[in-house]
Design a protein around this ligand. Sequence first.
Ligand code: F6R
Length: 609
Amino acid sequence: MCGIFGCILKDQNAAPVIHTALKRLEYRGYDSVGEATVHDGKLYIKKDQGKIDEVHLTRNLDDLPGNLGIGHTRWATHGAPLEVNAHPHSDCSGQIAVAHNGIVENFAELKAELENRGHVFRSKTDTEVIVHLIEDVLKNNPALSLTEAVLESARKLDGSYSIAVISAKEPDKIVCARKESPLVIGIGENAIYCASDIPAFLPLTNKAVIVDDGELVAISLKGWEIRKISDGAPVTREIKVIDWAPEMAVKQGYPHFMLKEIHEQPTCLRNTLRLQEHYLDLMSTFLDRAREVFLIACGTSYHACLGASYMFSKLAFLATYPVIASEFIEQHGKSVSVDSAILAVSQSGETADTLASVNAARQRAATILGLTNVIGSTLTRVSRVYIGQQSGPEIGVAATKTFTSQLSVLAELALRLAKKRGKVSQDEMDYLADKLKRLPDIVETIIRTQEAKIRELAKKYKDAKTFFFLGRGISTATAYEGRLKLMEIAYVPAIAFPAGESKHGPISLVEQGFPVIFICPKDETHKTLIGNIMEMKARGASIITIVEEDDEEVKRLSDDYVEIPKGVPDVLSPIPFVIPLQLFAYYMAVERGHNPDMPRNLAKSVTVK
Ligand code: F6R
């Protein structure tokens, strides 16, 4: 959670640059915003609760003086989203300021010690201990530099952090450090930046230095210096040139990032299909060797894993366990061994629950494989092999294009594994590979031909109090994902489950007009699913179906339907069938007056457990 940004500019005021960069980071949290700059030996801070635009309106975030500063956009963990808890936080002397993303787990002990030594705390945050710690280190040893003081302080912190620290006494540098929270450095012409992620500075520079876990970096206009936090040893790191075009990170004329990202899916899927074969091969070798395979993820990425478990079983005859990451250690921690393979799926590569599971499995010598959208993320560094899904930055908080890309990579992986295990004939392989290649066009057709209709459906159902999302087989994963999208952005409570479960309880909720959305590919589950539609219809439910275009039988049973081009193989069906559900959730949010890009209480990257 939270986004941090810092910059040092040669001939320019830092505040407006920080302000616009924080806007690009707002998807990481928007409970409060703040900036701190240094000018003429003084520290200036402006901060308040609320979204960036609201705060800027009343406080003007652009008029702080100085060419060096840091900023923060917050997703509250410790302390309510109030002005007093907004970052940056400063020390007792008002000379040092820190912006922080993460959680300091031992903050209560540290705070008690620091208070005993006379430090006065103003906020309820865990973050404030960091700045007092630095102040304390410097008080005890005034000869130390800010870099040395941050190094020493960081060693005392348990938990996760990505921090940017400035001091009025050293007005030419920003000292940053990271542990389990993301941090990157941007190298510009006459400028240097630090940020939680690359899109924050991408319009300013495409040259990045990735900071690894357990590292500190001091930046100034003269350059950057990376050191290991544990022993202070210097580290050399190459500059990476990022080939994301800056316009990829803006809305390109769409009213919301989410809609733009839904529309980007054909392109993303084409990019995903350009994956390097070598990595798919390597990963499928590890999957093949393992005694058991766990597919670990959270939220939407978990739904991709659920879909993948059907793909691996149907194509490669491999049983896998999809597990929600926050449950993995309790449920399977003890049974993991050197013979286990963990395929962790995480768009951000920084999700705390997923990384905690990965770390637990690493300790038991399991093989870690990663699928992520963020190269340089923690997941890429802890994986034996990782695949970058190549979806480009996803700004909308709700995952859309990254979900279909994940499914596409996982399908390719399942196919590769099937080949390795000799489980599918060459003809079948060629047939499926060809179908996979055609999916981008199919997704394009769905968006082009069905979007207007889905918008009308959202108008019709906008006041519904709840929905069921039902499917069978691999469409169960699609149903779960459709339901999550609707709940998280349109705030409509909804339930999803395998359609066969209706009669074991949930059907008792159904009464006249109760909306039930069925995902109905013409696969082996089709006949049984029609039985489930009849059960619901008999009890007065409004039946909404996602159907293949030639499925006249289901269309006749439906109050409303959305059509999918025919002939998509069952193992690939979640990719096209989820598109109408994403659009439905989007238009429901808009109809109900909510901003789909910024669902309340959520953040894009969930770096706390
Ligand atoms: C939902 C959504 C979340 C994420 C989840 C995992 O739209 O985006 O449910 O899927 O927080 O995030 P990653 O994939 O970054 O690990």
